[in-house]
Each structure stands twice: as structure tokens, then as C-alpha cells.
Design a protein around this ligand. Structure first.
Ligand code: DGJ
Length: 480
């Protein structure tokens, strides 16, 4: 569909924002009036730029059991000529998502995609007098749009507003749940853009402020038309590297104060976590934010499932999404983990006390196998990550993870793989009244095998075996 600005405005005036807009409330994503947990995957950058190409990926995507796909939408594709919008590709992609009963988070690849400006339309790229590019400290022009040029913002913002206008008019069923604004914003190869003069000390803070103000203007304008939740994603910094060696000024934990102050219309700042120290990274974002992980691990990383369980169980993440999801192999453990989490979603989203468990791994990849002790529902639990009944050299402990939810007095659901739980109280002895393996259907536990014997070491522990995803209902009791 090709639309000029006037017809866009006419559509806009005619279409009220529908009730039941996706929104964030109390740290949850609300979709169709109910809390929603994104079991997602992000497409490789180019896969949605051709609906014919994407169409062939669906059999594989369907098998993964995603409920949400993260999909780029390109500025150069929707606005090939300034002011003339063409949403044919996006419309095709969203139609496919609807056919496959999958929601979408749209990634606005506008002025910046991983620091560069490669998704800007040709009419922007070719007109550096009007649309200024950034400069390095050495004075070299970068193929990066400067955030300091109001014309850059005006052009990017106009396209973004046209996108939001189009979504408002054409997506009453809310296939699109959220919008990521730009992608991994950050300046390279220096801490700041030298196309403007700056005499202060902190180049990265200066740059962060400029990016955040730019994003705020864009988000505000977009939300004025159609107020979907909006976030930015961060390219994380390697320890010991200086700003400019990593993308400088992005929404990183040490710059949260700047981003929160300068871009208050953003709903959250999200980490893209490819480093092994997932727990450490996610903890830093969760402390200040509703947690959403738009990119976590390259698809196929064996630790993705444990990371999902930790983020959701420990920090009530609203979603998790490995990158390049179309590359996930059929037998990947994430498929089983998503199926299990999907069953548990109503319980997870019900707000009951919950714990996420996985062994932390440091930046160098060393796994901390120390058992973890914590309290839940008046009991002290100890989670061990080394399976007691499997030879150590047959275990990849970094992939073990679980979620523990209190469902009633003395009653819990444990779900995961490679985690063994024992229990205690401060005041007396604790035993297992009953452990039943099962599934969850429509929010109800459906019992299966009763696990009184070897499967619980005759009542000494709850064990979530390796190489499967199991759900076990546990009832404890106290005795003297
Ligand atoms: C992070 C980016 O945000 C993605 O778009 C993609 O380029 C990946 N890196 C590639 O690993």
C-alpha cells in the first residue's frame, strides 16, 4: 500500500485507538486485557525484508512454539522517497504473523542500527549537507547520522510517526505488542560525536544525553499517535573497555540516570545479552527496570533455556528472545523449555511468590556450581546444580535451570532441568508429603506419575532430571 502524508492523516483522524491496547502495568505486559509473557525470538536482520523469504521460515518458527516474533521494520523500505510511504513489506509480514497466531514486537531500524546508519533511506544518505553525519575525534566523517542535527531527528521522527499511524489504522487486533526504537544505539569509534563542540569532561555522558533526548522526541511523537509500549536495547560493554571501544552512550547501567531523566517516555531499557555472565548483566537491568530481553544468546546457545528460566523466575521478565531464531535447530532444548514455560504462564503471571534458579557464570565462562540457599513460603530451600545421579563429565552445569513457584501453604511447583532441591526450616524437621510429576493445562495442574521412590531419593529431595523439562508439584510437611 502506498500512502501520501495527507491520506495518512485522514486515516489517523478516522481511526480511534482501540480499547485493550497492549500496555505495561505493575511490571507486566498486558495484552487483550490480560498479563502476557513473551516467549520470543528475534529474526535475523534481513529475514523480514522479503515476505517471500519469511514465508518459508514459518514451518520452523511454528515448531519452536514462539508466541512472539521480534521483527525489524526498515526506514529505507517504508520511505523510499521522502514523504511517500510504502508499507507493503510490513503488511505482508504482519499478515503472516496473524496466520501463524504469533504476536510481533517491531524493531524500528531508523537512524541507527548498531551505531551505524545503514537503514537510512538513500535520500538521507546522499544529502549530508542536510542530514549531518557524525565525526570522529580525528575529524573523519562517519557513516553515522549525528544525533545533534535537528533535521536528522525530524526526518527519522516523521517516518516513525508514519509507521505508528499506519499501525494504528491497520492493526486493530494488536498483533504488534511493543516497539523497539532504533537498535543498539551507541557511538563508535570515539566516546562522542565530534561534529559539535563540547568542552566538558565526560564525553560518554554528553553523548548519552544527546541520544536519549533524540529518542525521547521520537517516542513522544510516536506515542502521541499510537501509544504502544516502547523501549531501547543496549549493546553491553566488555569489562575494561573504554567508551568508543564499545558503543558509547547507549542505555547501559552506568548511564541509566541520564537515560531515565532525558527519555522519560520510554517504558524500559533492555539488555541484549551475548556475554556468558547473564546473571550479572540481567541483575543490573532488573534492579531499575521492568525486564525484557530482546536479544539473548545466539539461537542454539545451550544456556538460553536456563537464562530464560532465571530471568522470568527471578526477575519476572516480561519476555525473553534469542537472536536469529530462524537458525534454531529442531531438537534444541529451548523448544522444550518454551513448551514448559508456556504451560506455566498463567501461574507465572498470577503474581505468586517465585524464584528463578541457574548457576551464575562469570565473564570468562567459569560456572559457579555452589548450591544456592534461599527462602520461599517459610521454608529454606537449597538448590544444587550438579545432578547427583549423573557422572560429572556428562553434565553441562551451565545449562541447568529451574523455576520454583509457591502455589499454596507448603505447596510448590518446581519446573526445569538439572536442579535438585532440598528443604529445611529453622524450627524443626521437614519432609516431603508428596511429589507428583505433571503438566499444566489451562492454568490447572494435571497429575501424572507419583514420585515417592527413587525419583525423590525416597523422599529426600526433589530432582528435576537432565535432558528433559519436567514440572513437579511438591507438598512439604513439618515433623518433630
Ligand atoms: C546485535 C544486534 O542488535 C543484532 O541486530 C545483530 O546484529 C546481532 N548483534 C548479531 O550478533
Amino acid at each position: 500500500m502506498r500512502l501520501g502524508l495527507l491520506s495518512l492523516l485522514a486515516v489517523l483522524a478516522a481511526t480511534p485507538v482501540t480499547a485493550g491496547m497492549p500496555h505495561l502495568a505493575n511490571g507486566q505486559l498486558i495484552v487483550d486485557g490480560k498479563p502476557f509473557l513473551i516467549l520470543g525470538g528475534e529474526l535475523g536482520n534481513s529475514s523480514a525484508s522479503d515476505p517471500k523469504y519469511l514465508d518459508k521460515l514459518w514451518p520452523r518458527l511454528d515448531r519452536i512454539g514462539l508466541n512472539t516474533l521480534l521483527v525489524p521494520v526498515e526506514w529505507d523500505q517504508i520511505e523510499p522517497v521522502q514523504g511517500q510511504f510504502d508499507f507493503t513489506v510490513l503488511d505482508g509480514v504482519l499478515a503472516q504473523a496473524r496466520t501463524h497466531n504469533t504476536r510481533v514486537v517491531l524493531l524500528w531500524f531508523g537512524a541507527w542500527k548498531n551505531s551505524m546508519s545503514t537503514y537510512a533511506p538513500a535520500w538521507v544518505k546522499h544529502d549530508p549537507k542536510r542530514f549531518s553525519k557524525a565525526k570522529s575525534a580525528a575529524g573523519e566523517t562517519q557513516d553515522i547520522l549525528s544525533p545533534f542535527d535537528p533535521d536528522n531527528l525530524a526526518a527519522d521522527q516523521a517516518a516513525f510517526v508514519a509507521l505508528m499511524t499506519h499501525l494504528k489504522a491497520t492493526d486493530p487486533q494488536h498483533t504488534v505488542l511493543m516497539i523497539q526504537v532504533e537498535n543498539e544505539i551507541g557511538m563508535l569509534p570515539d566516546a562522542r560525536d565530534y561534529s559539535v563542540a563540547y568542552k566538558g569532561q565526560d564525553d560518554e555522558a554528553f553523548q548519552a544525553k544527546a541520544f536519549a533526548r533524540y529518542v525521547e522526541a521520537e517516542v513522544k511523537a510516536g506515542k502521541a499517535v499510537y501509544p504502544l509500549p516502547m523501549y531501547v536495547n543496549a549493546a553491553l560493554n566488555r569489562p575494561g573497555k573504554k567508551p568508543g571501544e564499545y558503543p558509547s552512550g547507549g542505555p547501559l547501567p552506568h548511564l541509566f540516570d541520564i537515560w531515565k531523566k532525558e527519555a522519560p517516555s520510554l517504558d524500559l531499557l533492555a539488555p541484549d545479552i551475548y556475554f556468558p555472565d547473564f546473571v550479572n548483566r540481567v541483575d543490573q537491568f532488573a534492579g531499575r527496570n521492568t525486564l525484557f530481553i530482546p536479544e539473548a544468546n545466539q539461537a542454539g546457545s545451550p544456556e538460553a533455556a536456563a537464562n530464560a528460566l532465571y530471568a522470568i523466575g527471578e526477575h519476572r521478565a516480561i519476555g525473553f528472545s534469542p537472536f536469529s531464531i530462524e537458525d534454531l535447530s529442531e531438537g534444541d532444548p529451548l523448544v522444550g523449555a518454551y513448551a514448559m514455560i508456556n504451560q506455566l504462564s498463567p501461574l507465572i503471571l498470577s503474581g505468586k511468590p517465585m524464584k528463578g534458579l541457574r548457576p551464575p557464570v562469570d565473564y570468562q565462562g567459569t560456572v559457579d556450581e555452589t548450591p544456592q540457599t534461599f527462602t520461599l513460603g517459610g521454608y529454606s530451600f537449597t538448590a544444587s546444580f550438579v545432578d547427583p545421579w549423573t557422572p560429572k563429565d556428562k553434565q553441562n552445569v551451565a545449562t541447568h535451570g529451574a523455576i520454583l513457584i509457591q502455589t499454596g501453604p507448603d505447596e510448590f511447583i518446581a519446573a526445569g532441568s538439572g536442579v535438585t532441591l532440598t528443604f529445611a526450616t529453622q524450627t524443626g524437621r521437614v519432609g516431603i508429603e508428596q511429589v507428583i510429576e505433571g503438566t499444566y493445562e489451562d492454568g490447572q495442574f494435571v497429575p501424572g506419575r507419583w514420585l515417592n521412590g527413587d525419583q525423590t531419593h525416597q523422599g529426600r529431595h526433589v530432582r528435576l532430571p537432565l535432558e528433559q523439562w519436567s514440572i513437579q508439584k511438591l507438598k512439604l510437611y513439618r515433623y518433630e
